[in-house]
Design a protein. Structure first.
Length: 303
């Protein structure tokens, strides 16, 4: 099958995992399986557990993965990672990879509603079994709920006014219904008028920031010493969470006036003080990599 999604920062993230051939690895975001395939290629006796909440990725579990003895696919949100792994008898892993957000398949299929460039239903769900869609949010959320989304998830200018504009122009059924409003409200602004609004809606529909916080916390319990946490983000809200998490857990907090115990060590060692960015070559070959940032941490032996 032709791969419809070009994996971002592929070599850099696989290097970051520092794969041991008998290790246990988790790909939290299987997508079209690009990263998973590379991980699997590096395993001999080890195992790869791959998560994706989107049932439509099942078609990418092709001859590369199917019946592979070292591969297990888990169709669940990665926020359930620890529970799902424990249920399969796995308490600790050697590496976790998260390549966050949407795939090219999401953007390129108008019927999923992720793209402001094409007309489609206002859906934006990665998990097609969930009830909340962008249409539900736009047509039913009250002023305060909309204000929070536009202010916190889209950094939208004048979110108070925009929340009221959205309420006053109800109902919305397709992506174009929203673009008509953003074209009017953000007239003359740089970039596409709907970009930030679509980002904010997508984050709310999929609770993207909450599930990211959840899985990062779980990585503290799941990773063995020397295990790697490798995260690729695509916007500043995600990156801020990952950066803060890795920084917090790679520093020992010193309480005022109290000395640090000599045996006290942070849980993580930061492998990337600055994020790794796509090379010039990757940017030329795949413009969708432009906003990607890769951060890597290593679990210390302080357990
Ligand atoms: C950027 S793509 C991953 C692409 C993949 N690394 C590759 O090389 O083909 C992100 C994928 O993660 C999935 N995803 C995003 N958030 C998720 C979550 N919280 N739980 C499970 N899957 C998630 C999406 O459905 C999508 O298929």
């Amino acid at each position: 099958m032709n791969n419809p999604h070009t994996s971002v920062l592929l070599n850099e993230s696989i290097d970051g995992l520092n794969i041991k051939s008998d290790g246990i690895y988790v790909d939290g975001t299987f997508g079209a399986g690009g990263h998973s395939f590379q991980i699997l290629n590096n395993l001999k006796k080890g195992h790869l557990f791959a998560f994706d909440q989107d049932e439509t990725v099942l078609k990418f579990i092709d001859e590369r993965f199917i019946n592979h003895p070292n591969f297990t696919f888990i169709q669940h949100n990665f926020s359930t990672m620890q529970h799902q792994l424990n249920q399969r008898g796995i308490q600790e892993v050697d590496g976790i990879l998260l390549d966050l957000g949407m795939s090219s398949m999401h953007i390129d299929q108008p019927e999923r509603g992720f793209s402001y460039m094409h007309e489609g239903p206002l859906d934006m769900r990665m998990n097609l079994n969930q009830k909340i869609t962008a249409e539900v949010i736009l047509n039913t959320y009250d002023y305060h709920a909309l204000l929070k989304i536009f202010r916190d998830y889209g950094d939208i200018e004048k979110p108070h006014v925009f929340a009221n504009v959205i309420i006053n122009n109800r109902p919305y059924h397709t992506t174009k219904d929203v673009v008509k409003v953003t074209d009017f409200f953000f007239k003359g602004k740089k970039g596409h008028s709907a970009k930030a609004v679509f980002q904010a809606l997508r984050i709310e529909v999929n609770q993207e920031l909450n599930v990211l916080e959840d899985v990062l916390k779980q990585s503290l319990n799941l990773l063995k010493s020397d295990g790697r946490l490798v995260v690729i983000t695509f916007h500043s809200l995600e990156d801020r969470i990952v950066k803060h998490f890795m920084k917090t857990h790679s520093t020992v907090k010193q309480l005022k006036g109290l000395p640090i115990a000599l045996d006290e060590k942070p849980l993580f060692e930061l492998m990337t003080r600055k994020p790794i960015l796509p090379s010039e070559k990757e940017l030329l070959e795949n413009s969708r990599s432009a906003s990607a940032k890769l951060r890597i941490s290593k679990k210390t032996d302080n357990s």
